[in-house]
Design a protein around this ligand. Structure first.
Ligand code: FAD
Length: 324
């Protein structure tokens, strides 16, 4: 690996997103191993508040990419701005989250820079001078190991919550404000509005017990049964993405990389297969109980207790037991 390591930072409402701290921890480790530097960039219009916290996070260099046109997220403008910074810095490795930004900007950035992109990674290790990443394929049913070779920069997007966030403070970084040249007239898309999702007061991230519905429950008419279990246990309802997509439950209940990360004391996964996009966001729960009729369902790999059976039989039995 030649060149510096660059982390693409993410933030919202003046707060650095957790994925950025996770990437910085890993980036610091790799930079020390390879004897190189670690930089982090943040894109926006008002970044002063962020610069201080990023400068004491263990990186060597902070790059606030500030421009009035970067006030709100816009994929084309963000890609252009980040590409211009990369052209100035010439990093060997660019780390970003497998977030909406990483999914949208990452591949476009790889094309602009002529680099190699590996997305949806869950592990990242140095093997000598090479980087080896583990990524999910086929909806999380298979994991493959990829060794990166060829044209640098190598760009990787990493799933939120899978990298440990070590405390790597203890050095104060230099701050360099790169100039970027942005032009609105060439844009092919325009942001009309930012819509905030109405959660109806539901915050599944605060629940101690979650009863979570997957596609395997069979239909929206089974939601009341799960609600009865959640109520009997003093918990809340959660769900996988298909359940929210199909409108069986509002999206405020969704667990996963596209929604909330949860760490309740107890997580009861009912008819959930265990795709990486779901598991990543609930694997740190205190106790995971999985109910699935397929003994090979990936959810059993993270479950502390597994019940191989039909949710329509197991859940009524649990309700009866819970109501005592
Ligand atoms: P399925 O994968 O269809 O699994 C249903 C399970 O139910 C199966 O294991 C089956 O054996 C079992 N089953 C069926 N009938 C019964 C029964 N009667 N009793 C017991 N078990 C039964 N997913 C998320 O959840 N959250 C996200 O945020 C998310 N974000 C994503 C982002 C991207 C970019 C992509 C590509 C995917 C994302 N996904 C997300 C989708 C994810 O890959 C899976 O498709 C999804 O998690 C599967 O949901 P599921 O487990 O409910 O359904």
């Amino acid at each position: 690996m030649k060149g510096e390591i660059l982390v693409i930072g993410e933030h919202r409402d003046g707060i650095v997103d957790n994925i950025t701290w996770e990437l910085i921890s890993k980036g610091r480790f790799l930079a020390d191993q390879w004897g190189t530097h670690l930089a982090v960039l943040a894109v926006g219009s008002e970044l002063d508040q962020l610069v201080d916290s990023l400068a004491s996070s263990g990186v060597d260099l902070v790059l606030p990419v500030q421009h009035t046109l970067l006030e709100k997220y816009h994929a084309e403008l963000y890609t252009t701005a980040i590409a211009q910074v990369c052209e100035q810095l010439d990093p060997g490795l660019v780390l970003m989250g497998y977030t909406y930004l990483g999914m949208e900007v990452g591949p476009a950035l790889a094309v602009r820079l002529g680099g190699t992109m590996v997305s949806n990674c869950s592990e990242l290790e140095a093997e000598g001078d090479h980087l080896v990443a583990v990524r999910s394929v086929f909806g999380g049913t298979l994991q493959i190991k990829v060794r990166l070779k060829g044209e640098q920069p190598h760009l990787l997007s990493i799933v939120k919550g899978v990298l440990p966030r070590d405390n790597v403070e203890g050095r104060i970084a230099a701050v360099k404000r790169p100039a970027v040249d942005l032009d609105q007239s060439s844009l092919r898309s325009r942001i009309l509005d930012m819509l905030t999702i109405d959660t109806g007061g539901i915050d599944i991230t605060k629940a101690k017990i979650l009863v979570s519905a997957g596609r395997g429950i069979g239909g929206p008419d089974k939601i009341p049964m799960l609600r009865e279990l959640a109520d009997a246990l003093g918990g809340e309802l959660a769900c996988s993405r298909p359940v929210a997509d199909m409108g069986w439950l509002p999206v405020a209940h969704q667990v996963g990389i596209s929604a909330s990360t949860v760490t309740p004391c107890v997580y009861i996964a009912c008819g959930i297969s265990g795709a990486s996009q779901h598991v990543t966001a609930m694997r740190d729960s205190g106790r995971i109980i999985a109910i699935n009729k397929d003994p090979n369902a990936p959810i059993f790999r993270v479950a502390h207790y597994g019940i191989i059976g039909d949710v329509l039989e197991v859940v009524p039995a649990l309700i009866e037991e819970a109501k005592g």
